[in-house]
Design a protein around this ligand. Structure first.
Ligand SMILES: C[S@@+](CC[C@H](N)C(=O)[O-])C[C@H]1O[C@@H](n2cnc3c(N)ncnc32)[C@H](O)[C@@H]1O
Length: 213
């Protein structure tokens, strides 16, 4: 069977996340780093009244479980390659359908979902293959919302040293726009995630929101 392309070393990345799964839920890490982007995504989904939602690179499932609990949509799917992360996710919510899938090959039928969201995981994906897959599974007009670090900030660069560049790549906001548009989406919004009182220079993540053409 032909396989969708994957970012180089993605198996290694998965191994790392299998090991990191337990530490990942630490309240301080979640509050400072991961909760604010999740708030942004929940707001976008609420605004768009999305009913069938996929969280790609869902990790330990905090966002997908929140979506299911707060918005009570028809269906929420949490997809991730790491069995270790999904193990944590499964015990978090039985209202989410958890799937061990790669972003580049999510396994849904064409035009099956209203929204695809992803927080702090897109840098691990093969960008073009993943965006093509998101486009395929979304209904026309469907919502795409992706949060990832802006590599132009000095702080973010510290986490992306040259020797491990193959493991992950953070497209800067302008490159992200170009990638998303080239995949058949129209950008509706792109701005830094708000994290009061922490300045955006410290955790410089950006949310990119688009509609499938
Ligand atoms: C930093 S965690 C983010 C988890 C979650 N989205 C959050 O914000 O808390 C990155 C996740 O991406 C997953 N991942 C890496 N490469 C992937 C791929 N190609 N397809 C799906 N998930 C992937 C990892 O297993 C890991 O769980």
């Amino acid at each position: 069977m032909q396989q969708a392309p994957a970012r180089a070393f993605n198996r290694l990345v998965t191994l790392g996340w299998n090991r990191a799964a337990r530490l990942y839920n630490t309240p301080i890490l979640q509050r400072l780093a991961y909760r604010p982007p999740q708030d942004e995504i929940i707001a976008q989904l609420a605004l768009n009244r999305a009913q069938r939602i996929v969280d790609v690179g869902c990790g330990t499932g905090i966002l997908a479980a929140r979506i299911a609990a707060d918005l009570t949509p028809e269906a929420v799917y949490g997809c991730d390659v790491s069995a270790g992360m999904l193990q944590q996710a499964i015990s978090r919510s039985d209202r989410v359908e958890w799937r061990r899938r790669r972003a580049e090959d999510l396994g849904f039928p064409d035009a099956a979902v209203d929204a695809v969201v992803s927080t702090h995981a897109f840098h691990f994906f093969d960008h073009q293959a993943a965006l093509a897959e998101f486009h395929r599974i979304l209904v026309p007009g469907g919502l795409l919302a992706i949060v990832l670090n802006n590599p132009s900030s000095r702080f973010a660069r510290a986490f992306q040293p040259t020797p491990i560049q193959g493991l992950a790549y953070f497209p800067p906001p302008s490159e992200m726009r170009a990638l998303v548009e080239a995949a058949g989406f129209t950008i509706t919004e792109q701005r830094p995630v708000q994290r009061h009182p922490i300045p955006p220079t410290l955790v410089p993540d950006v949310v990119t929101v688009a509609r499938r053409d």
